[in-house]
Design a protein around this ligand. Structure first.
Ligand SMILES: C[S@@+](CC[C@H](N)C(=O)[O-])C[C@H]1O[C@@H](n2cnc3c(N)ncnc32)[C@H](O)[C@@H]1O
Length: 444
């Protein structure tokens, strides 16, 4: 199976290697003469020939030239941009194998960094492998020698934009817009002053936020407004920071929302707000978190990094009371309104920076029976360090970074004496290297 176009003689003189694992950014990892080599597009279990790339002190890089012995789990990538576009890095690996590798990465991190092993392995939460992504930031560049306006995700390990006409992981309601989105930006007088378009898909509508670095002319506004109406999407403009986002068409758009059927909760959000990208997995994740937290009618629950109330409100359906903490005042405001709209009177939302040294004070205001953590990639170290003894008795930790989850696990298990009772992976981002996981901690 030859991938390179070079003459066989030259190819045969290139080094070969046995790939043993996958790096956190989706490259095959081999050891050659005692040194780690990261080989783009190679898979664990494969013997490959590669072209050496950069040489660093601790590792080398390489690009795949020939697969001498393929992995049985190698599959043909579905997308024609795979290999160039940086949006996906694992399309060449069977989706089940992707999740197995992510599970191995989770347990390796928990083991090596967290020095802990879960009592129980949670069954992976699986959802749709394609068309799942309901939120994305698309890059826009004007590059005359590549034909004009380019719209898409960044190229792999480069800052160039991949010109996408379609995308298999984006929600089709947004993926199908790509060709005409490229055309409409090309028509604008400021087509070279649009750096990005943010897209968000709700149950009721799709919204696009056009960031522009110079004021739009009346003609530009007309062009974008008509395009939005023609494609039945909401068009927003962003001339400056996030506070500057305002609707262009329609003038008073219906708020985006998504429904969490099992808990009869409806969440309203704006196109630039954080939401979990995979709608189906989000619902499965909420149900799993509720199952694992298992709140009863007497439980007081603390939801840290609560965002719009995505977990707070469903849990409030079963608990005595839920308190959500979050740093972004805009999200806190919307969480309160979401609670009102859903009749969740047993919730409180408080704005606080949980990375601050005094973040442990959140536990001081009252006693909580159960705690949910859903921090950003940086983890929840300040909160975890300041957990006072004796409370809460159960913690469910939702993580998008196994390294910081493992770091926080070390403190929970070896300082605060929690038991890591369960852990498992969630297929939130198929075909990408991102690992979403859940861990459960309990105290006697
Ligand atoms: C992974 S998101 C989870 C949001 C929410 N749980 C959900 O499911 O939609 C992490 C959240 O943490 C918030 N956040 C980030 N840094 C924070 C900090 N230092 N203190 C408090 N909240 C923070 C972000 O604004 C974001 O809403």
């Amino acid at each position: 199976m030859a991938l390179g176009q070079r003459a066989p003689m030259e190819r045969e003189s290139l080094p070969s290697a046995e790939v043993t694992s996958l790096s956190h950014d989706g490259r095959g990892v081999a050891r050659v003469d005692g040194k780690i080599v990261f080989i783009e597009d190679a898979l664990p279990g494969e013997r490959v020939r590669y072209r050496p790339g950069k040489r660093r002190r601790g590792f080398d890089t390489g690009t795949l030239v020939e697969i001498l012995a393929p992995s049985p789990q190698r599959v043909a990538a579905k997308c024609r941009y795979f290999g160039v576009c940086g949006g996906c890095s694992l399309q060449h690996l069977d989706p089940r194998a992707q999740l197995n590798i992510k599970q191995d990465q989770l347990f390796e991190n928990l083991n090596k960094i967290g020095k802990a092993e879960p009592d129980t392995l949670l069954a992976p939460l699986r959802g749709p492998c394609w068309g799942y992504r309901r939120k994305a930031r698309l890059g826009v560049r004007f590059v005359p020698k590549k034909g004009g306006v380019l719209v898409g995700f960044r190229e792999r390990r480069k800052s160039f934009v991949t010109p996408l006409q379609t995308c298999d992981v984006l929600d089709p309601r947004c993926a199908t817009l790509l060709p005409s989105l490229t055309d409409v930006i090309s028509e604008l007088s400021c087509h070279d002053r649009i750096p990005q378009v943010e897209v968000a898909v709700g149950d009721n509508a799709t919204a696009l936020v056009f960031r522009h670095l110079q004021p739009l002319t009346d003609d530009d506004r007309g062009i974008l407004g008509r395009w939005g109406m023609e494609h039945h999407v909401q068009v927003f403009l962003q001339p400056g920071d996030l506070n500057s986002v305002h609707p262009l068409s329609p003038r008073n758009p219906e708020p985006l929302h998504y429904h969490i059927d099992e808990f009869d909760v409806d969440i309203q959000f704006a196109a630039t707000d954080f939401i979990q990208v995979n709608a189906e997995i989000n619902c499965a994740l909420i149900a799993e978190v509720a199952r694992l937290l298992d709140p009863d009618a007497n439980d007081r629950v603390l939801d840290l990094f609560c965002g719009l109330g995505n977990f707070t409100l469903p849990i409030a359906r079963r608990a005595a009371e839920v308190t959500g903490y979050e740093a972004n005042p805009v999200l806190i405001d919307k969480a309160k309104r979401n609670a009102q709209r859903n009749g969740c009177a047993n919730t409180r939302f408080i704005c606080a920076d949980l990375d601050a040294e005094a973040s442990g004070e959140v536990f001081a205001d009252r006693k909580y029976d159960k705690l949910l953590l859903d921090p950003p990639r940086t983890g929840a170290m300040h909160v975890v360090k300041q957990l006072s003894q004796g409370q809460p008795r159960r913690i469910v930790y939702v993580s998008c970074n196994p390294a910081t989850l493992a770091r926080d696990t070390e403190v929970l298990v070896h300082v605060h004496r929690y038991r890591l009772t369960a852990a498992g992976v969630v297929d939130m981002f198929p075909h990408t290297q991102h690992v979403e996981s859940i861990a459960v901690f309990e105290r006697d």
